[in-house]
Design a protein around this ligand. Structure first.
Ligand SMILES: Cc1cc2nc3c(=O)[nH]c(=O)nc-3n(C[C@H](O)[C@H](O)[C@H](O)COP(=O)(O)O)c2cc1C
Length: 178
């Protein structure tokens, strides 16, 4: 396969995986994974993001409780990457951090691992506390850093069909005018 075919296969194969095998990822694998978002483009090369690789079981369990729903599965992922960004460095930190998250998910898939995004920004952990404050407090993240999301990663324990080209919504594509 040439590079174009490899990349197309990667895009087709990636699905959100929420069930993981328990075994931890090696130090080399964690480093290889995290190298990808560190190469992601950022506005004016400001690199507003920060990544926290969480492998400690107790911390993962607590992180997974950051939302009332749709985050619990992350407790069973051997690696949870927290993506934060310095809101004082740029007004486009959401874009910087989102691109980095996508790079991380694609790198995971390229390594045969499963991953899933857990939204933190604009979500609540309880009526009184935002998910962002909850994660910031848990991991001692300074207040100038916003927390965009968690990316749960591990060896896959569920199989999902790849993306079927028949599902591509070509009507979302416009030429010249909307
Ligand atoms: C911005 C964003 C937020 C998401 N938040 C969550 C989440 O909080 N919990 C979750 O289980 N999945 C979350 N997902 C994963 C989506 O549900 C998933 O990508 C979508 O259903 C398409 O499925 P696929 O990734 O298998 O193609 C999120 C994805 C994105 C891009």
């Amino acid at each position: 396969m040439n590079m174009k075919e490899h990349f197309s296969a990667l895009l087709h194969q990636r699905r959100s995986i929420r069930k993981y095998q328990e075994n931890p990822l090696s130090e080399e694998m964690v480093k290889e994974l995290l190298k990808a978002p560190l190469m992601a483009p950022t506005s004016k090369r400001c690199m507003s993001w920060e990544f926290i690789a969480v492998q400690d079981a107790e911390l993962r369990e607590k992180l997974a409780a950051c939302r009332a729903a749709n985050s619990a599965f992350a407790a069973k992922a051997p690696l949870v990457v927290v993506i934060a960004a310095d809101t004082e460095k740029t007004d486009v930190w959401v874009e910087d951090a989102s691109i980095a998250a996508a790079y991380l998910q694609l790198q995971a898939e390229a390594m045969g691992l499963g991953s899933c995004w857990v939204q933190i920004r604009n979500r609540q952990s309880s009526e009184e506390q935002s998910s962002e404050d909850y994660v910031r407090e848990l991991l001692q993240i300074p207040s100038q850093y916003a927390v965009l999301c968690l990316i749960a990663i591990g060896e896959k324990q569920e199989e999902k069909p790849g993306f079927d080209d028949a599902r591509i919504k070509w009507e979302k594509l416009h030429y010249d005018r909307f």
